[in-house]
Each structure stands twice: as C-alpha cells, then as structure tokens.
Design a binder for this molecule. Structure first.
Ligand SMILES: Cc1cc2nc3c(=O)[nH]c(=O)nc-3n(C[C@H](O)[C@H](O)[C@H](O)COP(=O)(O)OP(=O)(O)OC[C@H]3O[C@@H](n4cnc5c(N)ncnc54)[C@H](O)[C@@H]3O)c2cc1C
Ligand code: SF4
Length: 323
C-alpha cells in the first residue's frame, strides 16, 4: 500500500469543510476503500475518516417513516427491531450481506457508494474502460457475474445489497456539501448507468457526502430475496426487493443484474396494486426478466430474476415461499 496521511473528522462540519477544501478520499467503515488501496487501485495522498462522527450513526423513527444516519452499520440495520418489523426488505438484505465481521464495520453510506466488484476492475493489470482504457474485458471474457440488464459500454452489476430495498421503498438520500443547502435525491435517481458516466456509479458531485437515508413512509408490505451460489456468505447472483407503499402499486427493484438497482416497470405494470397470488407473482417474475439481454456466460440470471421476484412477492404477502 502506498503511504498516505490519515485525518479523522470528529464533527460533520469539520468533515464537510476538509472534504470540500482539500478533496481527501473519504473513508467510512473502510471495507471497500482499504481493499482497493491494498490492490493499488486507489492511491490517495490523504484519507479522511468519518468514523468518529458518532452523530451519523442512528436509526430514528420520524412521522410515518424512519431516518438512518450514513454511519449506521449493516449489523445495526440487520438487528433493528423497528426495521425488521416495518421495513423488512432492508433489514433482510443488510442483515444477510457479506459476513458478520464485515457487517459490524460496513456502513450504510459506504455500502451505497462502494465501487464495483467486476474482477477486471479489481485487478490492476486490466486497464478496462471504467479505468480509462479502451476495452470492456467482460464482453469477450469471463462475464458470468455481469449485467443482463442496462449494461454497456461497461457491464458491471451494482454491488450494494442495501440499494434495491431502498429504491423499492421510495427512500430519499440526503447529501451535504460545505456551504450549500442539503440536496435530497430520490434513491432511484441516485445511481447512474455506465452509458451516462463511466468513472462513477452515482450522482454525487465533488465535495458531497451522503449523510442520511430517509424512508418517508413505512411500506404496507415488503421483502427481499437474494439468490446466491452458496447459502453461507456470498455475493448475490440476483436479488429482488419488492414493496407496496401507501396502498399504491407495487415497486419491484432488482439487484446484482444491472449496473444500477434496476426498477422493473414491466413487473410493476403486471402487479398494479393487486393482492398477491402465486400465479400473479409468477407472471410478475416473467415480466421482470423480459428485457434481459444475457452475455455469453450469464444467461442463467434470466431464470434467477423470475425466481427472485416471485419469491419476494410471496414473502412480502406472507405466503409460502418455495425452498
Ligand atoms: C468478503 C466480503 C463480502 C461482501 N459481500 C457483500 C454482499 O453480499 N453485499 C454487499 O452489499 N456488500 C458486500 N460486501 C461489500 C461491503 O458490504 C462493502 O464494502 C461495505 O458495505 C462498504 O462500506 P464501508 O463503510 O466499509 O465503506 P468504505 O470502504 O469506507 O467506503 C466505500 C466507498 O464509498 C465512499 N463513501 C463511504 N461513505 C460515504 C458517504 N457517506 N458519502 C459519500 N461517499 C462515501 C468512500 O469514499 C469509498 O469510495 C462484501 C465485502 C467483503 C469484504
Ligand atoms: S464490466 Fe466495466 S469494470 Fe468490468 S471490465 Fe468491463 S468496463 Fe471494466
């Protein structure tokens, strides 16, 4: 790892001022950042740790919804009684992400802003499109874990477990920058496709910190289903988060199959605001997979989308979920 200076912010204002003025690299739990530094993919001269800003670690009910600070850990989310009882889609996906040790350190903000896990991106000797090169190596290479929806010219999948449930539950992301009004961004508008920007995965501008996630209204029903190669710790191959908010129509958001948390309008169209039956859940799954365009080795993900959506809807509706 290349030597670097390490600053520890003890207030949010101090962090915002330092971040705006000197543009250090931000560290929350450090799980993703330190990994990239060890691989020399990130070589910052200065790292600014948010870790001491304890006021950014909270889960607080507000009105009909809830607010979560960006330093809330995945473990905090997974074991919160409030989130498990009223925001199951999020508690399930955060509570089962990665390993118990990772979840104790990994923060909500860091999970949403982590960089892609594409193995070519993570290997220093592959100078791919996303790193300023000329080629996406996944197109002709090993692409079994890559996108089947929304890909091109880069075919990453978004790595965050927390993003799909937050999009499905119509969360808002609060962003702060020194000397500016806070910016409130709907979760589904926070993430950007590679066709819009290759060098980043979200709309954060220089100097901006994601400080809070708000879910304005608890969903009537919600659930997440994650499908993995093995049931102990593993990254999802496909996931689906579903939520019915305010008696209105169902939202369906897919994870691990597209460069952004993927909102399936096709599935939502099939579902409307109807009560879930196994037949309807299966039709929604079929609809969600309709637009999939697999690469050479990831055609299996089309089937996984169907299964994940169907199971998530059955689970949200309190019905039996096939094993
Ligand atoms: C073995 C293993 C398995 C894993 N499996 C999963 C999994 O199944 N699902 C999953 O979702 N993740 C998984 N992960 C990834 C892990 O969850 C993330 O790396 C972690 O959540 C990142 O959070 P952090 O607080 O450590 O972020 P950091 O590493 O501190 O930061 C990550 C990035 O976000 C930026 N950042 C951090 N906080 C903010 C903020 N508030 N505002 C703006 N930018 C910010 C940083 O500058 C950095 O670029 C796994 C990781 C490991 C090591
Ligand atoms: S999918 Fe994206 S990150 Fe991976 S090799 Fe292609 S351009 Fe690079």
């Amino acid at each position: 790892m290349q030597p670097f200076n390490y600053l520890i912010a003890d207030t949010l204002d101090a962090a915002l001022a330092e971040y705006a003025e000197n543009r250090p690299v931000l560290k929350a739990g450090g799980i993703d950042l330190v990994d990239r530094m060890k691989e020399r993919l990130a070589t910052p001269a200065v790292v600014l740790s948010l870790g001491e800003v304890e006021v950014l670690r909270y889960i607080e009910p507000e009105g009909e919804g809830v607010r979560l600070g960006c330093l809330t850990t995945l473990a905090d989310i997974g074991r919160s009684e409030l989130l498990n009882s009223r925001y199951a889609a999020l508690a399930e996906s955060a509570g089962h992400a990665a390993t118990p040790q990772v979840r104790e350190r990994a923060t909500l903000g860091g999970n949403l802003c982590q960089r892609p896990r594409c193995w070519y991106f993570r290997a220093i000797h592959f100078h791919c499109l996303k790193k300023g090169g000329a080629t996406c190596f996944a197109v002709e290479g090993e692409n079994q874990y890559h996108a089947v929806l929304g890909g091109g010219p880069c075919h990453i999948v978004h790595p965050s477990n927390c993003a799909p449930p937050l999009v499905a539950m119509e969360a808002l992301f609060v962003v702060r920058r020194a000397g500016a009004e806070e910016r409130v961004i709907p979760a589904r508008e926070f993430f950007v496709l590679p066709s819009s920007a290759l060098d980043r995965e979200n709309v954060l501008a220089p100097g901006e910190i994601l400080t809070e996630v708000r879910i304005p209204r608890a969903p009537d029903q919600s659930a997440t289903i994650e499908l993995r190669e093995k049931q102990s710790f593993d990254w999802p191959l496909a996931m689906a988060s579903v939520a019915r908010v305010d008696g209105r129509r169902w939202n369906v958001c897919l994870g691990a199959v597209a460069p952004v948390p993927w909102v399936s309008e096709e599935a939502a169209e099939v579902l409307g605001s109807a009560d879930i039956t196994p037949e309807l859940a299966a039709r929604a799954g079929e609809a969600a997979a309709q637009a999939a365009q697999p690469m050479s080795d990831n055609g299996y993900k089309t089937q996984l989308i169907k299964v994940a959506v169907k199971r998530a809807l059955l689970k949200a509706a309190g019905q039996e979920v096939p094993a």
